[in-house]
Design a protein around this ligand. Structure first.
Ligand code: SAM
Length: 385
C-alpha cells in the first residue's frame, strides 16, 4: 500500500481509536471484500478491489475477522451511488454500488477463484449470460404487519415498509404498494408478467415459458427470473444426450417438460411430494417415473442401478449434493451429468469429487439470475472419461 499523507493521518487516527485501515485485495464468495493482515483474512462488506477502507472488527475468529465498514478512504473508480433508496437497509441488492457490467466481471473473478480453491480446477474462459439489470424479479417473499409491508431489514426481523423496489417486475411493485390487497405475516408472491399469485390465496400459479404452460404451487420452489430462464432451459435442451434421462431435484418438472423428443424415458426425483400433480401436468404424456422422495431415500430404497442412464440432470439447493448423492452419481456412471447450481462453492466441491472419480468438466457457464446481488446460477456439463 502506498502511504500518502491522507493514509498516514488515517493510520494515526485509527491507532488512537483502534480501527484498522485495509486495502481490499479481491471479492470472495458471499460478495465481501478481503484483506490479509498478519496472515489473517479480514472480510469487509460493500467494498471493491483496490479500495482503501477504514473498518472496525465486528467478530474476531481464530482464522479470520469479520469487519464493519466505517469509511472509504480511497474509492474505486468502479463505485457508483446505489439507485435504490432502501439500499443498506433491506437485506437484498448488495452489489448495487457498482455498474452492472462490473458486477458481471466481479462475479466471474469470484467464480474462477472458488473453482481454483474449492474445486482445484482452472476454469477455461467462460461466459456469464446477463439478465436485464432491473425489474427482473418475478417471485418475492413479502412480510406484512399492521403498520408496514415489505422486506426484512438486513440481519433482523424488523420489516421495512417498501413502496417501490427497482428489481421487481411491475405488478409485484403494485402488491407491495397497494395496501388494499390484504396480506398478513409472510407471503410468497409470484408474477407471470400479467397476473400475480399469492401463496395464501392461490394453490396454483401458471406461467407461459417458451410457449409452454407451466403450473406450480406458489408456495413451493419456482425460479425467480423469467427473463433469463429460457437461456437455462435451452442449455439443458442443447446438452442432454441419449434416450434415458434422470431429472434429480426436478421440482415441478421444468427441465423434464422441455426435454427433446429423442428422450424416451425420464426418471424424476423430488423431495416435495406436493409437486407430483404439477409434474404430471407439466410433463404430460411423456414416459416418466416420478419419485416423491429425497434423493437419499430414493438411492436407499429404489434400485435402478441396472438401467443404463445417458444423462443425469441435477439441480440441488444451495447445500449441493450430499455425499450419498455424489457416491450414487459416481456409481451410476451416466455418460453425462448436467449440473445446475445456485451456489458455486458447493458446486465446485461436488465437481471436484466427480472429476476425481472418472468425469471431466466439458463445459461451464454462469447465468446472472440475480443482478444487483452477489448470487449467481451456474451450468456445468461433465462427461465420463
Ligand atoms: C433449485 S430447485 C430446482 C427445481 C427445478 N429443477 C426447477 O428448476 O424448477 C431444487 C429442488 O430440489 C428439491 N430438493 C431439495 N432437497 C432435495 C433432496 N434431498 N432430494 C430431492 N429433492 C430435493 C427442492 O424441493 C427443490 O424443488
Amino acid at each position: 500500500m502506498k502511504i500518502t499523507i491522507n493514509i498516514f493521518l488515517y493510520l494515526l487516527y485509527d491507532y488512537i481509536v483502534n480501527n484498522l485501515v485495509l486495502k481490499i485485495e479481491k471479492l470472495v464468495s458471499g460478495g465481501d471484500g478481503i484483506s490479509l493482515v498478519d496472515g489473517k483474512i479480514h472480510f469487509v462488506p460493500q467494498t471493491l478491489p483496490g479500495e482503501i477502507v477504514e473498518v472496525t472488527i465486528k467478530e474476531e475468529k481464530k482464522n479470520y475477522n469479520i469487519c464493519s465498514l466505517v469509511k472509504i478512504i480511497e474509492r474505486s473508480k468502479d463505485r457508483i451511488n446505489p439507485f435504490c433508496k432502501f439500499y443498506g437497509y433491506c437485506g437484498g441488492c448488495n452489489f448495487q454500488f457498482t455498474e452492472y457490467d462490473n458486477q458481471l466481471l466481479l462475479k466471474k473473478e469470484i467464480i474462477i477463484d472458488i473453482f481454483k480453491r474449492t474445486g482445484k480446477l482452472e476454469l477455461q474462459d467462460f461466459e456469464i449470460i446477463p439478465s436485464i439489470p432491473d425489474h427482473y424479479r418475478n417471485r418475492i417473499q413479502i412480510h406484512s404487519n399492521n403498520e408496514c409491508r415489505g422486506f426484512k431489514k438486513e440481519q433482523s426481523n424488523e420489516i421495512i415498509d417498501i413502496d417501490y423496489c427497482p428489481i421487481l417486475v411491475k405488478n409485484l411493485n403494485l402488491i407491495t404498494s397497494d395496501k388494499s390487497i390484504a396480506l398478513t405475516g409472510k407471503n410468497v408472491v409470484f408474477s407471470n408478467g400479467d397476473d400475480c399469485y399469492i401463496d395464501s390465496l392461490n394453490n396454483e400459479a401458471n406461467v407461459s415459458i417458451m410457449g409452454k404452460k407451466i403450473s406450480f404451487n406458489p408456495n413451493g420452489f419456482f425460479q425467480s427470473n423469467l427473463y433469463i430462464l429460457p437461456s437455462l432451459i435451452n442449455l439443458v435442451i442443447k446438452y442432454v444426450i441419449g434416450e434415458n434421462v434422470m431429472d434429480l431435484y426436478c421440482g415441478v418438472g421444468l427441465f423434464s417438460a422441455f426435454l427433446p423428443e429423442f428422450v424416451k424415458k425420464i426418471v424424476a426425483v423430488e423431495i416435495d411430494d406436493r409437486v407430483k400433480e404439477f409434474y404430471k401436468k407439466n410433463v404430460g404424456d411423456r414416459n416418466y417415473s416420478f419419485y416423491p422422495l429425497s434423493l437419499e431415500r430414493y438411492i436407499k430404497n429404489i434400485k435402478t442401478e441396472s438401467e443404463f442412464i445417458n444423462t443425469i440432470i441435477v439441480d440441488p439447493p444451495r447445500i449441493g449434493l450430499s455425499q450419498n448423492a455424489r457416491d450414487y452419481l459416481i456409481k451410476m456412471r451416466a455418460e453425462r451429468i448436467i449440473y445446475v447450481s445456485c451456489d458455486p462453492v458447493t458446486m465446485a466441491r461436488d465437481i471436484q469429487d466427480l472429476v476425481s472419480n472418472g468425469y471431466k468438466l466439458s463445459y461451464y457457464t454462469a447465468l446472472d439470475f440475480y443482478p444487483q446481488t452477489f448470487h449467481i446460477e451456474s451450468f456445468g456439463v461433465l462427461d465420463i472419461e
